[in-house]
Design a protein around this ligand. Structure first.
Ligand code: ADP
Length: 785
């Protein structure tokens, strides 16, 4: 039947196959055409197998236009399908053909040959024969040669396509790598990666599942093209099945033809997100969309691509987790260094002052100052156990603490800032509006009423996250300061809660963290130690002062003793002659004619001698070791007898007396006569201070002295007070500012009161008057000699 030259046919076929000016399709079509002509066939069609070798999916009839036509002839069905299945030349009847097969003309027979001849076929060439044509062995041999050329041509195209696809996949991976290696915030990284995968994979729906890993929250993230939103529930259901398989095996899972439906993507690939041996999640793709808007099954190459993508993503996630951990560690370290430096700085500052006010201010300022203050407000309350309250003392916020810690000078850095508090700063802070509001606050010290009291009573930190959810809240405090979340920390000094610090972030409502509270606790511990030191220091100072006073008094006492001895001996010597002079003067006074010059001289001598005698008596009393004889006596009686003696002088000087005696005060134990002397002295001094008139207020009331029952007598005059420069000397013997004074009234009074175990206190109001307060115990312990 050969009506052609075999050599010519083969050389034409080879030439067409090698012609670079023709497209792949044109070459196949031309070869089909030349074969058709050479064998005088009714039609010749070339079929191409798909990649999975399951269908003949493309066909090129000899007389078609240039393009390849899609077909779907399962391997094993029809003439071409059966030829592909057997991989051998097949003579068949036209009636057995598959619907997608092309067979022109009226002939009944078909000849199908595998392309290329052999086991690894990539297509089939099929000829529709006239009934009068029957190809012989030589024809078949020629056709097999043609099929070998076609095989090289199709395989060459397949290799090119595959390598193009590989290049494309590499480009996809490269693009994905570039995208996910950008500095993306940790939190949005998974969603960002998913978006990139969805785009480059060209899938209908992509689901990323992360199992608890690093700081990534476990769960799924999905992206679905709008067209498939209605199928999302089905995708997710399938995803949970497939990803479970992938997670358990650690292997990719490819499912094809999952649902028979034209509108549903036919295949799905689930690949593990694996870094080293750890599987941290899965990526599942549904698709795949083709360029013409249809779908096709994912193939092995897609699986390989997705696996590579998953490996890149898993590595990126691992890097992100590691970076995140490194960042957190670095931040934690930076925070710790900052905290320690701050603590060091604060404790240095606190230990450089012993003034309690400074210390408290420094401690509170430290928590609200600087570029990143730990809290926005801090309030100090002091515990008043006797009154059963916690009393507001000081409130600081970022605004009032400015200036105390001079950050501005050193570029706003807390660490290099100079920490000091000037008196002016302190005053400003204490008088701020916020501080005033704190000072007006009082919380009952009762843990059943408010949680702040619990902090004090149980000596522990209290953190209230939401005041509306807490019953034991001091509502007044909450309303006054607009508190929503707060912490209350006791200020401990020597294991005692002496105060309470309440902190909050009222403006930004920033949550109070455990780290913030830990730092506050550390800081207040330091403050507690510094306050304890300060208290110890001031106690040492007090003891020192007392010691110096006692020392002074001893020296003074020694001096006085010497003076006293000398005065006593002089007084003793003078007393004898004075008595004689006085006696003679009085006799002369009686003998001389009244109002004569002699009488006047004698009278003057007698009065002056009286005065000198009194002075000598006082001097002797003072220098003697006086003893007291206690017996029950009434203070009101002592006062009225003393006043009676001075009544004349009060009247003369126009002095009003206002006596007020507390009804419960009266009897006590004392030396009536000596105490009378005390009040005579004090009333006489007051009278002399009010030469031009005034009012003498005398008050008698109960008192406590050294923990025992006592009474006091307050003598207040309106004589203008004691000049400041002499105030320290008024109790010194012989100190007087008066012409006829002895300077012994107050020292003697002081001695008598001290012998009773009592005290005389002076409150001087310059320009107004002096007030002497005599405190006497009801039962003097041991009457002193
Ligand atoms: P004298 O009264 O003899 O001066 P005192 O010891 O009683 O001695 O008082 C000492 C000094 O204290 C007085 O000279 C006087 O300057 C001052 N003084 C005492 N009491 C008062 C008083 N009530 N008002 C003003 N000065 C007073």
């Amino acid at each position: 039947m050969a009506i052609f030259s075999r050599t010519r046919l083969l050389s034409s076929v080879v030439r067409i196959a090698g012609s670079e000016s023709l497209s792949f399709n044109s070459r196949l079509k031309s070869i089909a055409k030349i074969v058709n002509e050479s064998f005088d066939a009714e039609s010749t069609t070339i079929y191409i197998l798909d990649e999975e070798r399951r269908y003949l999916s493309e066909k090129i009839p000899h007389e078609s236009a240039d393009e390849v036509r899609a077909c779907c002839i399962p391997v094993g069905e029809g003439g071409a399908g059966s030829c592909a299945a057997r991989k051998a030349v097949l003579h068949t009847a036209k009636k057995d053909l598959h619907a997608d097969e092309t067979a022109e003309g009226s002939g009944r027979n078909m000849l199908c040959l595998p392309i290329p001849p052999g086991k690894k076929i990539c297509g089939v060439v099929s000829l529709a024969l006239r009934d009068d044509v029957y190809p012989d062995a030589e024809d078949v041999e020629v056709l097999q040669d043609v099929s070998a050329v076609l095989g090289s041509l199709i395989q060459g195209r397949n290799i090119t396509e595959r390598s193009n696809k590989r290049v494309q996949n590499l480009m996809i991976l490269n693009e994905l790598g570039k995208i996910i290696n950008k500095p993306i915030p940790f939190k949005i990284l998974p969603s960002y990666i998913l978006k990139a995968c969805h785009r480059v994979a060209n899938s209908c729906c992509t689901v990323m599942r992360i199992v608890g890993y690093g700081d990534f929250s476990p769960g799924i993230r999905k992206r679905c093209r709008r067209k498939f939103h209605a199928d999302l529930a089905s995708f997710l259901e399938l995803e949970s099945q497939y990803s479970a398989k992938t997670l358990s095996t650690g292997m990719p899972f490819l499912a094809t033809d999952i649902i028979a439906g034209e509108e549903f993507p036919p295949s799905c690939i689930s690949v593990p997100l694996r870094y080293e041996s750890r599987v941290t999640g899965t990526l599942t793709f549904f698709g795949k969309l083709t360029e013409d808007g249809g779908f096709r099954n994912f193939d092995e190459e897609d699986r390989e691509l997705f696996e590579s993508m998953a490996a890149t993503i898993a590595a990126a996630l691992e890097v992100a987790v590691n970076n995140r951990q490194a960042e957190l560690l670095a931040a934690e370290n930076a925070r710790k260094i900052r905290e320690l430096s701050l603590l060091y700085k604060i404790s240095n500052a606190m230990h450089s002052t012993i003034r309690l006010n400074d210390l408290i201010c420094l401690a509170l300022d430290a928590v609200v100052s600087g570029d990143a203050p730990i809290f926005e407000r801090a309030m100090l309350f002091l515990v008043n156990e006797r009154a059963g309250v916690i009393q507001g003392m000081l409130g600081v916020n970022a605004e009032t603490s400015r200036g105390v810690i001079r950050t501005a000078e050193e570029g706003g850095n807390m660490m290099s800032a100079r920490w000091e508090i000037s008196g002016e700063d302190l005053e400003k802070q204490q008088n701020s509006e916020f501080s005033h509001r704190v000072k007006e606050s009082r919380l009952p010290l009762d843990k059943n009423l408010n949680l702040s009291s619990t902090a004090v009573i149980e000596k522990k930190l209290i953190h209230v996250i939401d005041v509306t959810r807490e019953k034991r809240i001091d509502q007044e405090l909450v309303d006054r300061f607009g508190i929503t979340e707060f912490a209350a920390v006791p200020l401990m000094v020597k294991d005692e809660a002496v105060g309470l610090v309440i902190v909050d972030n009222h403006l930004t409502k920033k949550n109070i963290t455990r780290d913030d509270l830990r730092f506050l606790q550390l800081l207040l511990n330091q403050a507690g130690i510094a306050i304890e030191n300060s208290m110890l220091y001031s106690r040492i100072e007090d003891a020192n002062r007392d010691f110096r006073e006692v020392q002074q008094r001893l020296i003074q006492g020694e001096k006085l003793a010497a003076i006293g001895e000398m005065a006593a001996s002089i007084a003793h010597e003078l007393k004898g002659p004075l008595v004689s002079i006085g006696g003679f003067a009085r006799r002369l006074e009686q003998r001389a004619a009244p109002d004569s010059t002699e009488w006047k001289y004698a009278y003057t001598i007698a009065r002056e001698v009286d005065r000198l005698e009194k002075m000598l008596t006082d001097t002797l009393f003072f220098s003697k070791k006086a003893t007291i004889t206690c017996s029950p006596c009434n203070i009101n009686a002592i006062i009225s007898e003393s006043m009676a003696i001075l009544a004349g002088s009060f009247e003369e000087r126009n002095i009003k007396v206002k006596l007020r005696s507390h009804p419960g005060v009266g009897t006590f134990y004392g030396d009536f006569l000596q105490l009378k002397q005390v009040f005579i002295n004090l009333f006489a001094n007051a009278s002399e201070a009010m030469k031009n008139g005034g009012t003498l207020y005398v008050t008698v009331a109960p008192a406590r002295l050294d923990g025992a029952d006592a009474l006091y007598v307050k003598i207040l005059d309106t004589g203008g007070g004691i000049p400041l420069e002499i105030l320290n000397n008024i109790f010194n013997p012989f100190f007087t500012t008066k012409e006829s004074g002895t300077g012994l009234g107050l020292p003697i009074s002081h001695r008598i009161v001290a012998n009773h175990g009592g005290k005389i206190l002076v409150y001087n109001r310059i320009g107004v008057g002096a007030q002497f307060k005599v405190i006497l115990p009801i039962h003097p312990k041991t009457p002193r000699a």
